[in-house]
Every structure is written in C-alpha cells, then in structure tokens.
Design a protein around this ligand. Structure first.
Ligand code: IPE
Ligand code: IPE
Ligand code: MG
Length: 246
C-alpha cells in the first residue's frame, strides 16, 4: 500500500502504541466558532473519525477505541442526540458494507439496550460478521461510561458468586478485567483528548490506570493526521515505568 513512500508515514516513529483511545471532543465548539448549529460539528467530527480510524488501521495500530457518546451525553437536546444517532447509523451502514474490505473487527462498548432496535440490529450484525476478521480491533464507545462498565462487571461477578461458581476470596484484578467490555484486549497505551479539556469524562477509568495521555487544544473536527503524528512521536519518547525502576 505504499506505506513507506507516504509522506505522512515518514513522520512516524518506529514504536507505536498497540492500543490508542481517542475522546472525540470539541464538535460543538467547532460549529459555534463558525456560526453553525452544533449538529454541523458532529457531522464534521464523524467524518474525521473515518479519516483517523483509516489512518490508524493503515499504519498498523492493533486496537483503537473511540469515545462517541457518553452515558452523560443524554443531557443534551433531543435534536442534538437524534443527529448523533443518525450519523452513527450512517456510519454503521457504511461499515457493514466494507467489513471484508478493511478486515477490521468492530466491537461496541457501552449499554446498547436503550438504543433503537434498528441501531441494535446493525451493531449486532457488524459485531458478528466482523468477529472473524483478524485486523485492527475498533471499539466504538456508544452510551458508554466507565462507571457504568464497572457497575455491569460488579453485577456479573456478584451473580457468579451467588450461583456458587466463584468464591469472593478468589476475585482478583484479572476477574474485573475479564468482566469489562474490553476483556481480552490490552489496556490503552495512549489516550488522546483534543479540544483543550484535561479530563477523562468517565472514559476507560479502569483501563487507563497506566495509560499515557496526550491533550491537544485543537478541536476534534480539526484534528489532523499531522496532529496525531505529533502525539505518536511524543509517545515514542516517553519512558513507561509501571511503578518500577528503569
Ligand atoms: C464531542 O463534542 C461529541 C460528543 C460528546 C457527543 P462535543 O459535542 O462535546 O463538543 P463541545 O465539547 O461542546 O465543543
Ligand atoms: C466526552 O466529551 C464524551 C465524548 C467525547 C463522547 P464531553 O463533551 O461529553 O465531556 P465533558 O462534558 O466536557 O466532560
Ligand atoms: Mg465536549
């Protein structure tokens, strides 16, 4: 695919994160700055998601997680929420058509049960049909919250204890990791948040214990491959110690 003739790729370091997670924030401000409705920002944001996800796939990042809609985002106007769900549906239809082409495996993390039947059916088809793909794993966080995820895990584990399948003394950190949405996946090495906010906003709170962070003032619809490469270069020069000594 001409990866190494590609000018963008020339800027890439040799060490890449295995798992990159991105909080796609700043769509509303992007629109406001231009005198447009917030929904216009979500449209641009959704397109940028396509660009960045394709690029990460192209350069060989094995796992990526995108925060698209949080458990708290229901507080927004109906019009805004409806638009986000419409954009999500458009993407799902497109992804379904292209699953074999991209070899990506798609997983939807969060509580799907309150989304429309149409969305749930699409997500289920994509998850099932892409399960055989052995390319990049893409986690889409929709109606996702880190606390929600841990609450689900607690219920799951409590049920196993109740059924007599598990002793409370045998619960370990691995038990928790095995009961969250991203089970069987490595924790994110790098979490990127554009838009100038310096917080996690309930994203991957268990998985981020030793993640590296990259905050950028650029708003998500303006966040380019060049901005991403800056994050990747910075990450490559970090020393991760995980509590030890190096
Ligand atoms: C991120 O952009 C998209 C969602 C949270 C759904 P925002 O809509 O939060 O944009 P800002 O932060 O208001 O600019
Ligand atoms: C986080 O952004 C959620 C997503 C990007 C999907 P928010 O815009 O909802 O976060 P806060 O409200 O600024 O913390
Ligand atoms: Mg925001």
């Amino acid at each position: 695919m001409g990866l190494f003739n590609n000018k963008k790729s020339n800027e890439l370091p040799s060490v890449l994160p295995e798992h990159i997670a991105i909080i796609m924030d700043g769509n509303g401000r992007w629109a406001k700055k231009r005198g447009l409705p917030r929904t216009a920002g979500h449209k641009r944001g959704a397109n940028n998601f396509r660009t960045i996800a394709n690029y990460l796939n192209e350069i060989g990042v094995k796992y990526m997680t995108f925060y698209a809609f949080s458990t708290e985002n229901w507080k927004r106007s109906k019009d805004e929420v409806d638009t986000i769900m419409e954009l999500f549906k458009d993407y799902l239809n497109e992804a379904l058509d292209r699953l074999n082409e991209t070899n990506m495996r798609m997983i939807f993390i969060g509580d799907k049960s309150v989304l429309t039947d149409e969305l749930q059916a699409l997500m289920e088809r994509i998850e099932t049909e892409s399960a055989k793909n052995d390319g990049t794993v893409v986690n889409m966080a929709i109606n996702y919250g880190g606390r929600q995820e841990l609450t689900f895990a607690c219920k799951e584990i409590a049920q196993r204890v109740k059924n007599g399948e598990l002793n409370p003394e045998d619960i370990t950190e691995d038990t928790i990791s095995a009961n969250i949405f991203t089970k069987d996946q490595p924790d994110p090495d790098l979490i990127i948040r554009p838009s100038g906010e310096y917080r996690l906003s309930n994203f991957l709170i268990w998985q981020s214990a030793y993640s590296e962070f990259w905050f950028d003032n650029v708003l998500w619809p303006d966040f380019t491959i060049k901005d991403l490469n800056r994050a990747l270069n910075d990450y490559a020069n970090r020393q991760r110690r995980f509590g030890g000594v190096k």
